[in-house]
Write a protein of this length. Sequence first.
Lengths: 343, 343
Amino acid sequence: MFESYTIKDIAKALGLSTSTVSRALNGSYEIGAETKRLVLEYAEKVNYRPNPIALSLKEQKSHSIGVVVCEVANDYFSQAINGIESIAYNRGYHVIITQTHESFDRESANVQHLLSRHVDGLLVSLSAETTDTTPYKYLHEKGFPIVFFDRVATDVNTHKVIANNFKGSFEATELLIKAGFKKIAHLTNSINLLISRERFDGFKAALDKYGLDFNPGYLKHCNHGGMIQDEVEFAIKELLDMDERPDAIFIGSDRLTINSMHILKKLDIKVPDDIAIAGFTNSDVAELFDPPLTVVRQPAFQIGQIATELLIKTIESKWPVEDFITEQVEIELIARSSSQRIR
Amino acid sequence: MFESYTIKDIAKALGLSTSTVSRALNGSYEIGAETKRLVLEYAEKVNYRPNPIALSLKEQKSHSIGVVVCEVANDYFSQAINGIESIAYNRGYHVIITQTHESFDRESANVQHLLSRHVDGLLVSLSAETTDTTPYKYLHEKGFPIVFFDRVATDVNTHKVIANNFKGSFEATELLIKAGFKKIAHLTNSINLLISRERFDGFKAALDKYGLDFNPGYLKHCNHGGMIQDEVEFAIKELLDMDERPDAIFIGSDRLTINSMHILKKLDIKVPDDIAIAGFTNSDVAELFDPPLTVVRQPAFQIGQIATELLIKTIESKWPVEDFITEQVEIELIARSSSQRIR
DNA sequence: GTGAAAGCGCTAACAC
DNA sequence: GTGTTAGCGCTTTCAC
């Protein structure tokens, strides 16, 4: 069962040469129908499976793709990875997952490691710390397939898959405004990330539309993306301690949203009575929270799928790919009571 | 950067033979200090990385391990996989994850697929549907390394890593009893799984200790492990509709616990006022629920690590492994208000 | 229509 | 101390 037959075994058993067997197995024209039948039948009988490692060596392809994300214990990324796996599996690729924990050094090490593993391509979501994307640029220019998703590198012209962050933020902020909140803070990820900037823009645009001033003190960045709990707690306390305390917070990242809820609970701040909350998260249990949480939800599974399709298409392209697209998917705003005004 | 140098390139550049280079790289005794230095220096300079695929072919080892779980979008399993990856990565293995979605057929297909990928070993947690474990038995008897974790096959004598399910259930049930609940139902996974039986035993033992009768109508099995939402909803409704409605439910699986909370919310059943809840889950946000959820939590990360250590030890053992252990880890009961009596 | 042989990158037995 | 060679499983040119 696991001691597999090789092409050689089949050749020996049938008194043929390995090349004949190989050709028969691959349905080559030049093989006699009878021989072909014989080989196919025998292969079927002994449950022959080509050795993927030998194939890889021959083809100079590992049939694996490397994934770089900040962490897997994050609903957004675990769902995205699910999507990645679902496509990769069907296309005969396996995926090697690495985590940066939001560190640039770990990200570099992971890319190095994946390259030394001879992955055929890379699916990357940048760490919160990353500012220097020249390694990706270099690889990409050399023709190495890379697809970015979610946290993309602006200056590398390759395929990218992102959510409509602007719209997601705009609508969530608008929801808070319509609920009657006027002093809305924005807690978000590192300024390094394009998603943070896009989400801020959406937030700001909603304020503008409704004629609300933007108070710079209401903008808090967590440069470690919520990996350091104290950083988040500090930012939240700063908001709470302001003379003009915000009456709502719109949160721009999955981990930050969840962390914030833990912190608010710890500080015994009531949501939405003391402060209303809406935030990006892909948690499936946000409706079970106390209070049920208003969320901006991304189609993470689908994003993973699209990114993987694009990557495999690039890998398997006969010609150097020149046209790169940026696929934008829609987000979903789910209103629940954490963003409702208490009267 | 990704067009790697081979041993041959180095040999050519230095005017040596490939074998000399290979030996120098591997620190062989028989190579002159000077040559060694030369090779090492050059290898360092061009950032030489051995081709893992060629190594695999040579060694007849893929340096990969296959993982079979029901699903990754489950806190217990995503944490376990994290533990698996953390060990595997450091030991130079990559992991290929497959999901059964609680189907025996998919489980078989996954094992087949992993074997055809020439994984060096298997880390398995059985599907809820699985009753026939002869394929594992067969593989194991042939000397193929397998380690079970969480959902183990009783009749395959290999390494196993499990939590103290009996104790976890006993203590959770005891907590409910001490809170004053007397009509405690037990909602659990398929009877096929040993964990279900162990968890039931712990539940039953607690009832016995406190002189409470066991009402067979209070025991509900979800044979699809919560993959079919209707099955769970049906079971819960049956409990709620009983003449003598239970006043508490102790739930024996992560997915079932989460699903049940969704269903109770949908049915507008108040916890713990209408019915108290305690359940197995590794969710990190259970404290944010309404009400905060009393949980039995397993050290999933650690379980994944231990299982992987055992597997790699078995894979790399020079001698056929004869002594197999069953490692049992402790669980943690975290009491919150979902299991508290309302007065 | 089929076979022999080379080669993918690497190691290791066997020369010398 | 270093080089030559075979072989891991497979495909593919080149012969016949």
